[in-house]
Design a protein around this ligand. Structure first.
Ligand code: BT5
Length: 236
């Protein structure tokens, strides 16, 4: 495993893609202190000030495109394990790709594919604690929670160990353990949710996660629906 660190980069996912094209081995990790073009899903912006952790892992899993979804959950679970292990904080997951603390977003996962590799990107607010006005309320960083700075290098080290363990288990034995751990780390105390997809918004009750990591909801008219992407918000 090789960790490449940058003071500044456009996006660690883009750098990982460039490196994948050059044929670097699996588990090459790209880490940056800030990004100029950090992104989330659907082209959304990921605010990437200095002091945050921006990390991408290059993977070459022997899986078809349709089998990759659990990798998003895997990276989120590895991140939560890392935060809980290092800081004893009750970090949680929010389906499909958020890392949250006290209901606020602490980090996010963006898994992308291209012909050469699968790129798993993780953004985590570590020592950065300024966010744009419009997301300030829903956002948090480790520095705000802990009241002091943390060592991003240590977080990377533990994260990679956790992610590797989960990955090897997932490839050998499938996603059962991952899904179980996901449910354990997931705040399902408000199981009534809205799931918004680009096409439509549904309302219903979360039943569980399926074996591929899909969210299974009983929607208001009683039908069961499976989601592989979407935004989940609680219904009060
Ligand atoms: C995500 O997208 O949560 C995935 C974020 C992945 C970022 C990593 S950083 C390393 C790698 N390189 C990249 O270029 N990306 C990956 P999504 O679920 O679409 O959430 C995006 C939304 O989160 C935005 O629209 C904002 O509302 C909010 N947001 C933006 N920056 C944030 C931040 N630093 N902390 C918390 N929330 C943020």
């Amino acid at each position: 495993m090789k960790i490449l660190t940058y003071e500044k980069i456009d996006s660690t996912n883009d750098e990982a893609k460039r490196l994948a094209k050059q044929g670097v081995p699996e588990w090459t990790v790209v880490v940056a202190d800030r990004q100029t073009k950090g992104r989330g899903r659907l082209g959304r912006r990921w605010h990437s000030d200095s002091g945050g952790l921006y990390l991408s892992v290059i993977l070459r899993p022997p899986l078809r495109t349709g089998e990759l979804f659990p990798l998003t959950l895997l990276m989120a679970v590895a991140t939560v394990r890392t935060i809980r292990g290092l800081f004893n904080l009750e970090a949680m997951v929010k389906w499909p790709n958020d890392i949250v603390f006290g209901g606020k977003k602490l980090g996010g996962v963006l898994v992308e594919t291209d012909r050469q590799a699968v790129i798993a990107g993780i953004g985590l607010n570590v020592n950065n604690d300024h966010f744009p006005e419009e997301i300030q309320k829903e956002t948090i960083s480790l520095k705000t929670i802990l009241g002091s700075k943390s060592d991003p290098g240590k977080i990377v080290e533990v994260f990679v160990q956790e992610a590797k363990k989960l990955y090897q288990h997932f490839l050998k034995k499938g996603s059962d353990l991952l899904i179980e751990e996901w449910q354990l780390f997931s705040d399902l105390s408000h199981p009534w949710v809205k799931v918004s997809t680009p096409a439509k918004t549904y309302e219903g009750r979360i039943l569980r996660l399926g074996s591929k990591g899909e969210l299974i909801i009983k929607i208001a008219d009683g039908k069961i629906k499976k989601f592989y992407s979407g935004e989940v918000t609680k219904v009060r």
